[in-house]
Design a protein around this ligand. Structure first.
Ligand code: MG
Length: 303
């Protein structure tokens, strides 16, 4: 994770790391292969961006790797914070890029809204910020939406896309009220776009809304614990039989370690191979393994 010093996205991830606390360094952090991981674990939690795809671009070996894991009888789930899209739309996008996924094999942080709404005290209608597809999470939670600032104190932020400046101003008005709450369905600060571009996403929007209004904030998704509880429930496996594979230390790796799930930092995303050890040390976020890519073992060659 390379950020400019003092940039808001760096600070957001530093705050997540501070809030959750350091992870214990493993005795070593060996480079591994998908085959070695498959010999040790039955369940695989794969991050999407940086592991399987970069926006609409498939990462080399991702399709083959997922296909091989499934052929070995492993349980595979994509674990993503991309709440811009419903779980099914995330799955269809990945399938259209050649990643073999069946219905129900994407677990998205947006689904936590239904699980957490009672604990968060959300009852009435909410003000929604996101793309139309992300409204599925509100529907699943049984929540109505309203565009009227006088009818709600709750803003649900699913994505940094799908609305214009005026909507941000309306969200401000709601969040300035006493007892207001901002629910963030994607805590990520950055997302890789094609051609190596990094875009600022909803974690950054959330931070400025919170700073400017003083509202309470609920962050749902990696690195926080709720999404891992949901993933283990869906996999029906104990944490010891599961490995998480991700490219971002401050979300995928930090979250998995705190959830008691072993994890591999994959080197096809935001953490370049030559920086992996330096970054792990600097962030005090240690994966158990480094994984160059999702390349499966060599299979029988037909000449
Ligand atoms: Mg990622």
């Amino acid at each position: 994770m390379l950020f400019l010093p003092g940039s808001p996205e760096l600070q957001i991830y530093r705050d997540y790391a501070t809030r959750m606390g350091p992870t214990v360094p493993p005795p070593e952090m060996p480079a591994t292969t998908l085959e070695e991981l498959a010999s040790r674990y039955d369940g695989f939690l794969l991050d999407s961006y940086g592991v399987l795809n970069r926006a609409e671009e498939t990462i080399p070996w991702a399709a083959e790797g997922v296909s091989w894991l499934k052929s070995m009888g492993k349980k595979v789930r994509v674990l993503t914070n991309n709440s811009a899209l419903s779980e099914e739309d995330n799955r269809q996008l990945l399938s259209s890029m050649g990643i073999p996924l069946d219905a129900g094999e994407v677990i998205c942080s947006g689904s936590l809204l239904a699980r957490e709404k009672t604990a968060l005290g959300i009852t009435g209608p909410v003000f929604y910020m996101g793309l139309p597809s992300g409204r599925e999470y509100l529907k699943a939670a049984g929540l109505e939406t309203t565009d009227r600032a006088d009818q709600t104190k709750v803003v649900v932020l699913a994505s940094s896309r799908g609305y214009r400046m005026r909507r941000i101003a309306e969200a401000h008005r709601i969040l300035r009220q006493e007892g207001s709450l901002l629910v963030v369905l994607n805590p990520d600060a950055v997302a890789p776009r094609p051609q190596g571009v990094m875009a600022r996403v909803s974690g950054v929007t959330a931070r400025s809304l919170a700073r400017e209004t003083g509202c309470k904030v609920a962050l749902l998704g990696k690195p926080f614990g709720e999404i891992y509880d949901l993933a283990l429930e869906k996999l029906k496996l104990p944490a010891q039989k599961v490995v998480a594979i991700g490219d971002t230390l401050a979300t995928d790796i930090l979250g998995a370690r705190h959830a008691g799930i072993d994890c591999a930092l994959v080197l096809t995303g935001v953490t370049p191979p030559e920086r992996a050890k330096i970054e792990a040390k600097s962030w005090q976020i240690w994966p158990q393994y480094l994984l160059p890519d999702l390349r499966p073992p060599r299979t029988v060659q037909f000449l």
